[in-house]
Design a protein around this ligand. Structure first.
Ligand SMILES: [Zn+2]
Length: 367
């Protein structure tokens, strides 16, 4: 890896003050930020370079190491990167991941839990999907122009023109994400015109099939296997179903969105959250009851003295991991202590007796 000239990247002098460096960085970061520059890969690269440069020159310690010509990009190996808090921290983490895959030695102590995209596939690097998973799909072609349905599992191509990739959203239920599922999706893609072979002209005349464009829109329906464990932001790659140009076809990326669930809230890391109502007496003396999980009901026990909003964890009951090296998510149960709105005569008598017996809960308040 060549030593990069961070001063040149930020357009500042070697003697620049921290304020000047910060100012230069903010200006360039705004200019090249993917939200502004869209999908332009050159600008994205500039943005990454600028951010990288600022991470070094913006930190007096790292700048000193860099100025001393010390270990190339020594800061990549630092495990503590929690003290620089700014909106570009995610990019920095991605660079950590990339540096790691390029052979930098130490793992950061706190790798982003869900950052498991294909790090080697740099052409896919995008500010927006740093934390997304990319998984490959087993796919069945349903298109009638194919002779018979075939199931293919293809390795992702490492080098391909990014412009041929297409992406579209796919909403699935939480249950489908948990189990894995098969979905039929309709895709529209561009492929070379068969009549003119992509030239746009036939015998010197504008091709009437593609109106001289050389490409035609084609629609097809394919059935795609969605692996178990996907979550919102996961991308399921279907090789060869992107746009076509010559002999090359890009990939179709299905961007998973989980439909809202009536019981569970889902976190990006695969954890689930739910609320369980508990009546006041159960909270006071403890109780055991059934709690729904994606695998079916499980028995859960709360101790005497459980408080409202107390949270219990059901380990491993969240979404399954997408990779063997990861842990499944957990299910977090938040206790909602319910106080009865209406009391029978007998209940009222008992609550009144409890009221007399109980110590004053406000005794320790500020006088
Ligand atoms: Zn044509």
């Amino acid at each position: 890896m060549l030593r990069k000239d961070y001063y040149q990247i930020l357009g500042v002098d070697k003697t620049a003050t921290p304020q000047e460096i910060k100012k230069a960085y903010r200006k360039l970061a705004r200019k090249y930020h993917p939200d502004v520059s869209g999908d332009n890969p050159q600008f994205r690269q500039r943005f990454n370079d600028v951010t990288e440069a600022y991470k070094v020159l913006g930190d007096p310690e790292r700048r000193k190491i860099y100025d001393g010509g010390g270990v190339e990009q020594a800061w990549f190996n630092e495990s503590n990167f929690g003290n620089i808090k700014d909106i570009f921290e995610k990019t920095y983490r991605q660079q950590q991941e990339q540096a790691k895959s390029e052979g930098a030695s130490e793992r950061p102590k706190t790798p982003p839990k869900s950052s498991a995209g294909k790090q080697s596939d740099k052409s896919r690097f995008n500010f927006g999907d740093i934390f997304s998973h990319i998984v490959d799909s087993v796919q069945t072609r349903l298109d009638p122009e194919d002779k018979e349905p075939e199931t293919v599992k293809k390795k992702p191509k490492e080098t391909k023109a990014p412009s041929l990739d297409i992406e579209q959203p796919l909403e699935i239920t939480l249950e489908e994400a948990w189990k894995g599922t098969r979905k039929t999706v309709s895709i529209k893609r561009e492929k070379p015109c068969v009549l003119c072979g992509g030239a746009g002209q036939v015998s010197g005349q504008s091709c009437h099939n593609c109106f001289g464009k050389g490409i035609v829109q084609s629609s097809r329906r394919i059935e795609v296997a969605i692996p178990s464990g996907v979550r919102t932001g996961s991308k399921v790659r279907v090789s060869g179903e992107g746009n076509s140009q010559g002999d090359h076809s890009g990939s179709l990326f299905l961007r998973i969105e989980l439909a809202p669930h009536r019981f569970f809230r889902v976190e990006d890391n695969g954890d689930l959250h739910c609320d369980i109502p508990v009546d006041a007496a159960e909270a006071a003396v403890g109780a055991a009851f059934s709690v729904p999980t994606l695998e079916g009901s499980v028995k859960m026990r709360i101790p005497a003295g459980t408080q409202n909003a107390q949270v219990f964890r059901l380990r491993g009951k969240g979404l399954k991991p997408l990779r063997g090296s990861e842990l499944p998510g957990d299910q977090y149960v938040t206790i909602k202590v319910m106080v009865p709105k209406f009391l029978s005569q007998r209940e009222r008598e008992l609550y009144e007796e409890l009221q007399r017996l109980a110590p004053d809960v406000r005794r320790d308040l500020y006088p």
